[in-house]
Design a binder for this molecule. Structure first.
Ligand SMILES: *[C@@H]1O[C@H](CO)[C@@H](O)[C@H](O)[C@H]1NC(C)=O
Ligand SMILES: *[C@@H]1O[C@H](CO)[C@@H](O)[C@H](O)[C@H]1NC(C)=O
Ligand SMILES: *[C@@H]1O[C@H](CO)[C@@H](O)[C@H](O)[C@H]1NC(C)=O
Length: 402
């Protein structure tokens, strides 16, 4: 039997299930009280740096395209400018994804800094003020992707990113990362001794982001906070109850924060194997609702063939942690041979065989189409009943109605 607490969701689901989801128009400035809610019955579609498979990453255009294509969450990396503005940008240097080298006025800004133990040379975002950054134009990272938008769009701020999500016609979640916090806190200083993490949470609060996972407030303005740095996630745990995701890098990468002050000494861990151990998951689950591992660590790859899947997803689920792997990409060069060069096969495998709870994708439109076309409501009542049972189990597991 379906318990009474899920009845409103059933109506919602039937409603959503009856009509194939339309492509969404570009966001406009509307005060919409009855926005179409976030879907919560299937794995989350997370638009990695916007729809960056099509449009240069982390630009307003890439995020609006992702919303139009049906994403659940728009994802971004937050860094800080010299004058302390929070900026949506992935790399610590501007070299690979902007036209910085065309700007002769900045030719003398090239620097070398040690970033996470590696001496890196280039034009560093932290050496430019917000006004200066706004003079630059973003370009596509990969040469094999569409270059026609190079030079069209500017870098955006965290505030601008949030307004894109809030202006959408339906509820669109945000998924910002506290990026390179050790480096940013070394290079950028804020009044009153505030840290990067403090400014990050302040910005979210300013726009009304609050509430624990699946709470009423959260469903109104959903957000996941992500970071590779456990210290940052633990540090902000007293400032916001928004759900947090602990990102896990490649097996040979040490964890990002060397100064793990809030971590008990016996769990100060730097290797992939330590931070994916049962004892570490036990510890970190007090602070996060899930982990975000690189997908090739969940299933090792050799000669472009999948090997035997690790038990990481099963162990994370046993600790009540969601798993949101990164990054799914349509191009053949990123698809393992097992998927017959078909990204839908890859989504099918990860969603239905591995059972992940969210997917970071460069092609949010492809994932959305896959999920719509395999929508169980299309294939009759039996499937719908099976799904409702699954939802009920999920609801009780995560105690959504606390
Ligand atoms: C980076 O370069 C500086 C100056 O040459 C050197 O002292 C330091 O050891 C280097 N750091 C690393 C991690 O290679
Ligand atoms: C959060 O606050 C509690 C109670 O004030 C304190 O014991 C704890 O150390 C704080 N944690 C962090 C990470 O600041
Ligand atoms: C992927 O393909 C390889 C080669 O055929 C095979 O050994 C492996 O078991 C496949 N992996 C999965 C997870 O299907």
């Amino acid at each position: 039997m379906v318990s009474p607490s899920v009845v409103p969701y059933i109506f919602l689901l039937l409603f959503v299930g009856c009509s194939a989801r339309p492509l969404y128009p570009l966001p406009g400035r509307r005060n919409d009280r009855n926005k179409q809610p976030l879907q919560t019955f299937r794995a989350y579609n997370i638009a990695h740096r916007g729809s960056n498979g099509e449009i240069p990453e982390e630009t307003a255009a890439a995020y609006m395209r992702a919303i139009e294509e049906g994403t659940d969450f728009i994802e971004t990396d937050i860094l800080a400018s010299k004058d302390g503005a929070l900026i949506c940008f992935h790399d610590v240097t501007l070299d690979d994804t902007t036209d910085i080298t065309n700007h002769k006025e900045f030719a003398n800004r090239k620097r070398t800094y040690e970033v996470q133990g590696v001496n890196t040379t280039g034009f560093f975002l932290v050496d430019f003020t917000l006004d200066e950054l706004k003079l630059l134009r973003v370009k596509q990272r990969y040469p094999f992707r569409d270059q026609q938008y190079n030079g069209e769009f500017s870098i955006i701020t965290f505030d601008e990113f949030i307004s894109i999500a809030l202006d959408a016609h339906r509820v669109v979640g945000i998924y910002p990362e506290i990026k390179n916090p050790v480096f940013i806190n070394q290079q950028v200083k804020w009044p009153g001794g505030k840290r990067f993490e403090d400014k990050f949470v302040e910005t979210l609060k300013k726009y009304g982001y609050r509430g624990s996972y699946m709470s009423k407030q959260w469903l109104k303005q959903p957000a996941f906070i992500q970071s590779f740095a456990p210290t940052s996630l633990i540090y902000i745990s007293n400032q916001t109850d928004l759900p947090k995701i602990f990102l896990i890098d490649d097996v040979d990468m040490p964890t990002q924060d060397t100064n793990q002050v809030f971590v008990p000494p016996h769990l100060v861990s730097t290797s992939y194997w330590e931070i994916t151990s049962d004892s570490y998951l036990d510890f970190i689950k007090e602070y996060v609702v899930g982990i975000g591992p690189w997908k090739d660590n969940i299933i090792p790859v050799s000669s472009n063939y999948l090997q035997i899947p690790s038990d990481l997803v099963a162990r994370a689920h046993a600790h009540n942690l969601q798993v949101h792997p990164y990054t799914f990409r349509n191009e053949n060069k990123f698809l393992h041979f097992n998927f017959s060069e078909d990204p839908y096969n890859e989504y099918d495998y990860w969603i239905n065989k591995i059972g992940v709870d969210g997917l970071f994708t460069d092609f949010t439109g492809s994932l959305h189409h896959y999920q719509e076309w395999t929508n169980p409501f299309a294939s009759g009542e039996k499937e719908a009943t099976r799904l409702l049972h699954k939802i009920e189990l999920m609801l009780s597991k995560f105690k959504y109605f606390n």
